[in-house]
Design a protein around this ligand. Structure first.
Ligand code: HEM
Length: 519
């Protein structure tokens, strides 16, 4: 009966013997097909993929009911075969629910919780000012400056050093590697290997993508473990700056896990923290090019509240439209466009349907975000949708009323993104200051015609972002341009001649670590 949908499963598209719905899996723009199926089969539907089952949740209520309220059942991950080959089975995001994941999650929680997140604001402030200066000097490389901003913040938190240049080879390798990881896991070959495990016994020449996945793993392991071992050596001899690796080295001493796992834990944070926030901000820039009225309204609010100084994190309560723009950026261009599938740990029942043990459970971010009943005229970027929503992302995710959740990019239940408190601040600082300092407009082609970016032209894979597009980004006034440069100039007092922090900011959580270079 392989490929058939049992009668008590959630409904879904008609199946073929053996392959089920595999032949219907879209090769590109999967989110549009998953949305169409939601419209046809309702908020809970199933896809039969050979021997596996994928349940797709496409309403806020279904996500709340299963992933949040029954998180004891729905917190594992399906076996993503090629994804695990790229990751050597060590990537936290793909780990099954169990001992190792729980141990890693605890160490990460200690470093990313809401209180710890507040202590990183000085890092965010400085990297943000570097980014603004970059926008001013090389506006066409705006996406690179965004990436350096989010990446440098993360290398600083995780390994204790800044990433100072948009041309840094390790920065490039990180983004390139993660892009390839997303691509490989999103391919049809990956899906076929996931659902027909016997094909995994084929040799590499018959599955060239697996060979490629292994190569990606070697490169990735070298990068992540290399970063970790450098930090570990420096921490042990007192020459490192305090960072997440202080806790990780301690945990490794206590729990005796391998350098490979420790490297991947730190590397997981690096990519989770760098790529997602950057993708959201690239989407934001595109929205600003496409919706000039939003730029105008935002700038009116910023000028009224901040006048001729840069916004700071303390301005947040007084900038409701900007807060709305932060939420709207995540809703409008959700980088994890179809979520990251959870898996059911045991059999369950919902709305009268059976959900079998081992089923993958996706939360259909795009369908929920683009539901016109939830968000009228959903392709319009409109921060005022959130004008009465004063919740932080964490409060919204935990709101018992599913209709009050602002957006779903941070996932749900026990796997909820641990970096959300940091991400929210990075987004707020970037969005408020970019709008305060710059005007966004359509670039012109060689004939002087406006280039309109296509908001449907996205990269493919597990995490997506708009494909490269052109934008015209200019300072709003000469005074604002001067202030941006002056603010970056002031930051130099905090940095040494290698542009690294002379002394770490006060209040960081790694209190018992003493660096011999801090004296
Ligand atoms: C806009 C920015 C971000 C987005 C859209 C995002 C998205 C996600 C998603 C979709 C998940 C999986 C949730 C689930 O399965 O239910 C996740 C997990 C996670 N994220 Fe984020 N994230 C962002 C920023 C960050 C940052 C800045 C960090 C760290 C500094 C971070 C660290 C993590 C960690 C540690 C996990 C847990 C992985 C697990 O338990 O499997 N994220 N994030």
């Amino acid at each position: 009966k392989i490929g058939r949908r049992p009668a008590n499963y959630p409904p879904g598209p008609p199946t073929l013997p053996l392959i089920g719905n595999l032949h219907l899996m879209p090769k590109e723009k999967g989110h549009l097909q998953f949305q169409k199926w939601a419209q046809e089969y309702g908020p809970v539907y199933s896809l039969i993929l050979g021997t596996s089952v994928m349940i797709v949740l496409s309403s806020d209520q279904a996500i709340k009911d299963l992933l949040d309220k029954r998180s004891n059942i729905y917190s594992s991950r399906p076996d993503m075969y090629l994804g695990n080959i790229v990751s050597g089975g060590l990537r936290m995001l793909l780990m099954e629910y169990g001992e190792t994941w729980r141990m890693v999650r605890k160490v990460v929680h200690n470093n990313l919780n809401i209180k710890a997140a507040r202590t990183y604001v000085p890092y965010q402030d400085l990297e943000n000012k570097a980014m603004l200066a970059g926008f001013l000097q090389e506006p066409d490389s705006f996406a690179d400056h965004i990436r350096r901003y989010t990446n440098s913040l993360t290398t600083q938190m995780v390994f204790g050093f800044r990433t100072t240049s948009i041309d840094d080879p390790k920065l490039k390798q990180l983004f390139h590697g993660f892009e390839k990881f997303c691509e490989v896991t999103g391919t049809t070959t990956a899906a076929v290997l996931d659902v027909f495990p016997f094909l995994r016994f084929l040799p590499d020449f018959a599955v060239p993508l697996r060979k490629y996945a292994k190569e990606l793993h070697y490169k990735e392991r070298e990068l992540y473990v290399g970063h970790y071992l450098n930090a570990k050596t420096a921490l042990k001899n007192g020459t490192a700056k305090p960072c997440f690796c202080v806790d990780l080295v301690r945990a490794q001493d206590e729990e005796k896990f391998s350098d490979d796992l420790a490297g991947y834990v730190s590397g997981s944070l690096l990519e989770a923290g760098s790529d997602t926030t950057a993708a959201t901000l690239v989407g934001f820039v595109q929205a600003m090019v496409l919706f000039p009225d939003v730029v105008k309204t935002a700038q009116e609010e910023l000028d009224r509240v901040c006048g001729n100084r840069l916004p700071t994190i303390d301005d947040e309560p007084n900038l409701p439209y900007i807060r709305g723009a932060v939420k709207e950026s995540m809703r409008w261009m959700p980088t994890d466009i179809l979520g990251v599938p959870h898996a059911a740990i045991r059999d369950d029942e919902y709305m009268g349907y059976k959900i079998p043990k081992g089923a993958g459970v996706m939360w259909n971010v795009w369908a929920v975000h683009m539901d016109p009943k939830r968000h009228p005229n959903p392709r319009r970027f409109d921060p005022s949708r959130y004008k009465d929503d004063h919740q932080t992302a964490a409060e919204a995710a935990n709101n018992a009323d599913a209709t009050k959740r602002d957006q779903f990019v941070f996932g749900a239940g026990r796997r909820l993104c641990q970096g959300m408190h940091i991400a929210e601040r990075s987004l707020f600082l970037a969005i408020s200051r970019l709008l305060w300092a710059f005007d966004f407009d359509k670039a012109l082609d060689k004939d002087g015609k406006e280039i309109v970016p296509d908001d449907e032209d996205l990269t493919e894979g597990l995490f997506v972002l708009p494909k490269p597009f052109k934008a015209k980004i200019v300072p709003r006034t000469a005074e604002k341009a001067e202030l941006v440069l002056a603010e970056w100039e002031k930051m130099q007092d905090l940095l040494d001649d290698k542009l690294q922090w002379k002394e770490p900011p006060k209040g960081l959580i790694w209190k018992d670590y003493k660096s011999t270079t801090d004296a």
